[in-house]
Design a protein around this ligand. Sequence first.
Ligand code: NAD
Length: 488
Amino acid sequence: MDTLRQADVAPQKLFLEGSWQEGTGTPLEATSPIDGTVLTTLSGASAADVDRAVASARQAFDDGRWSRLAPAARKKVLHKIADRIEAEALKLAVLGVRDNGTELNMALKAEPGSAAGTFRYYAEALDKVAGEVAPTPPDILGLVHRAPVGVVAAIVPWNFPLMIGAWKLAPALAMGNSVVLKPAETASLSLLRLAEICAECGLPDGVLNVVTGSGAETGSALSMHMDVDVLTFTGSGATGRRLLEASARSNLKRCYLELGGKSPNIVFADTPDLAHAAKVSAMGIFRNSGQVCVAGSRLLVEASVHDAFVDLLQSEAEALRVGDPLNLSTQIGAVNSEAQLSRNLSFMETAREEGGVVLTGGKRILHETGGSYMAPTIVTDVAREATLFQQEVFGPVLSVTSFESEQEAVSLANATDYGLAAGVWTSNLSRAHRMIAAIRAGVVHVNTYGGPDNTVPLGGVGQSGNGHDKSLHALDKYVDLKTAWIQL
Ligand code: NAD
């Protein structure tokens, strides 16, 4: 572990046409949020580099080196990639953690562990996807083909780069597309290594290209590109809006947006085990320092158990071991960057001004490390109109609001622009089903929070975006339906 933790990270280049190439855009530094040290430099992809990446992906698509391979051959390569990710799991996880600060015990499962599972899932799925024969008149044969779209651009965020990267890459590659991947500025390293792994496992040159750089330079060139067919994105709503604009101003590329959330976690008085609910709810907001898109960041709790439940939660929050993410006993690692930490802290000032009571946390900790850490934070008395109720922090901050009735709980749950996830704690089965139907969200957890696997889709409604990652449904994003109408 010490060797991995201290290993030098070579200056990084772009991965184009199966080889490392220097970018001609603005380079970036990769700084570790663990202790503030600079790990290495990242090459910046200029618009001209993005052109090269897209041209390489297009060429690879058009000549069929991957797109026209037999499904069984594509399956073999994706399985090999999964094997290699598993074989290198610790190395990949440590590299990612040094870059983005996620606690290692979680990163091992959520990053290489999950990414390997995702490559395996889509490897197994790809040869079960068939076209259709339409119920036509007898002198006509109507066929519906599922054709790969061509060049897919994938723009991903800094939380869980391997996991989210795999959610885009694996189904897009499974369907025979070529991909240009743009990692986030503060979490590029493990994805660059993944590109190399893909090549070593037999993915033909040009089928996967990785362009690093800033959103403003590299990301926007990709989103404006005239030869990208589909743009698949996970990140903030602000960037999502820019991508839709870019699509409209360029070639009307199809955009799938997985955006943020302000997910309600609703605790009824008849929750079967309040102590268990408090433990799970604490991790539902605080793991990865709250930098989880589906984090249960808005606790709605029935008034009659408010005080008891908040006490339990406070004990859970204060017992969490925050610190060096590479220490396996750490439960909560670092905040991804200084910029994100300042943003989190700015919400604290506003919360107080708007009547919230900071029960615990609310501050930066572990200054002496040189890294970026924030104490798990609980703010009670948060009103429906308050900024903390309405806006995503993307940090370890839980807002608490009480309710009196099921009807009020639904109304509060649906009172934001978001609709990504929700939690409901109750021992009443009928109420659970009523809540599932009434809450506007892409996923509703009941008597648990977090953990859905590859078998089910993840996506939001409202301003949490459109499109879904994971499950067989994700394959639809990376195919075009093409009709053949044949006179017999
Ligand atoms: P972000 O939108 O700032 O950045 C995401 C990616 O977009 C990065 O690669 C960035 O470089 C790129 N980008 C930024 N500006 C761009 C531009 N003008 N053109 C093209 N690309 C651009 O988001 P972030 O801060 O990296 O991620 C955090 C956000 O992501 C949170 O809001 C979180 O909720 C959301 N998120 C959502 C999901 C989900 O599945 N719904 C999952 C994880 C994170």
